[in-house]
Write a protein that binds this ligand. Structure first.
Ligand code: ATP
Ligand code: MG
Length: 396
């Protein structure tokens, strides 16, 4: 753990617990503040607790929940870069209230050492990134993670297959945490391709009363494993997700995750344009059909004329071994970009997608898995000579 932590509680036992959980790995400071009798003036409490510029404030145990939440609101207003952890018995009611107040995590008083370490480390990490982002201020925060948007104006060319396999590969290779965002808002099938049964979707986020916050996002995302989270598409194509929500979601995800992978719908709609705007990387995807290639060329030209030229563009050909009279080099000439990666055709892709097991996990040695991995390799910082050696670590 690195950073400064303030524990607002009368419980010396809880302080001992936190210190014990981190053992000697504390590289920062932990201080406990007595707050008894102070919580009637929550603004004063917020100021007092923030005065030592901590990264994280943990409120409780032994603090009445309503007062703790009020103090959290005040801290969130005054000092949004500080992360608040609430230590209280967690009921689903409490979670909802906590989420609205801006609490980043809830710990039960008898949390295990692992849970304590997990919560503090997560919140510290985010707090640090927020702090850096605040220092930079304005626009897309400079320290934000990579945002990779998969684009193909033609339907069915393999956007979802690519997005899911790239996300899984990045997450499994220790490239930091990955958020996979399904922006095919009407018919998105990321959840099914990954075998997830999400309780919530981006549509619920649009309905959260407190608006989209880092906390509400975290609560509503589906967790596949510790490094891969997905925000899934609405269950009904009729669910409306306002553009402002999409925009906020992408900004927050890029603050909290090292990698954001965005699957889009066919065509070029407002949500996709919004994603492009906030992306660091665009993956232009096609198969070897004339219509896919012409469509992609039009998108590239349209983005040029819209001035979307800062994002790094990558060109990937799917089903690249199809013998259909157009070769990858023809594709390169039509689209006007070098081909960065080729993915062969294979029956195991639809099979794996139907079963909800991505190919890179299901058949890691197959040529098609290596193709998906080579796309993930485009986003790994290593010398260009090592790029080709990038492979899926079979550590699951
Ligand atoms: N390399 C491949 N080899 C064989 N089948 C593939 C390959 N890539 C994708 N597919 C299959 O093609 C179909 C369409 O793929 P996918 O759903 O990923 O496309 P999409 O671009 O996301 O489509 P949509 O525009 O409908 O969202 C799926 O059944 C998928 O399994
Ligand atoms: Mg799709």
């Amino acid at each position: 753990m690195m950073g400064t932590v303030v524990l607002a509680t009368s419980s010396a036992a809880f302080e001992q617990k936190v210190r014990r959980a981190f053992g000697t790995s504390v590289n920062g400071s932990v201080q406990r503040q007595h707050t008894e009798g102070m919580f009637s003036d929550t603004l004063a409490v917020a100021k007092f607790l923030s005065s030592s510029n901590p990264d994280v404030i943990a409120i409780g145990p032994n603090v009445p929940v309503d007062l703790a939440l009020e103090a959290t609101r005040a801290i969130e207003d005054e000092r949004p870069e500080i992360g608040v952890i609430l230590v209280a018995e967690a009921t689903s009611d409490l979670w909802e209230q906590a989420l609205h107040a801006g609490v980043r995590d809830v710990l039960v008083p008898d949390a295990t050492d692992d849970q304590i370490r997990g919560a503090f480390n997560r919140v510290l990490e985010t707090a640090e990134r927020r702090r850096r982002n605040l220092a930079v201020d304005a626009g897309v925060p400079e320290s934000s993670g990579r945002v990779i948007t998969i684009l193909a104006p033609k339907g069915g060319v393999g956007k979802t297959a690519l997005a899911t396999n790239v996300a899984v590969t990045l997450a499994a290779n220790g490239e930091g945490r990955v958020a996979l965002l399904d922006l095919d808002l009407q018919f998105g099938d990321v959840a099914s391709a990954l075998g997830l049964e999400p309780e919530n979707t981006i549509a619920d986020l649009a309905r959260v009363a407190g608006g989209v916050t880092a906390t509400s996002l975290k609560v509503l995302m589906a967790r596949r494993d510790e490094s891969l989270y997905a925000l899934c598409a609405p269950n009904s194509p009729a669910d409306d997700v306002p553009e402002a929500v999409v925009d906020k979601v992408i900004r927050l995800l890029s603050e909290d995750f090292e990698n954001v992978v965005i699957d889009t719908s066919a065509g070029l709609n407002e949500a996709t344009l919004g994603a492009i705007d906030l992306s660091t990387d665009l993956v232009f995807l096609c198969d070897l059909s004339a219509s896919a290639l012409r469509g992609l060329r039009k998108v590239a030209d349209a983005l040029d004329s819209l001035g979307a030229v800062e994002q790094k563009r990558h060109f990937v050909v799917n089903r690249a071994d199809s013998k259909v009279g157009i070769t990858p080099s023809d594709a390169s000439a039509i689209v006007g970009m070098e081909v960065d990666a080729e993915i062969p055709s294979s029956q195991i892709v639809p099979l794996a997608m139907n079963y909800g097991n991505p190919v890179v996990e299901e058949s890691p040695h197959s040529a098609v898995a290596l193709g998906f991995e080579s796309v993930a390799g485009l986003f790994v910082d290593m010398g260009s000579d090592r790029k080709r050696g990038f492979s899926f670590r079979r550590n699951r």
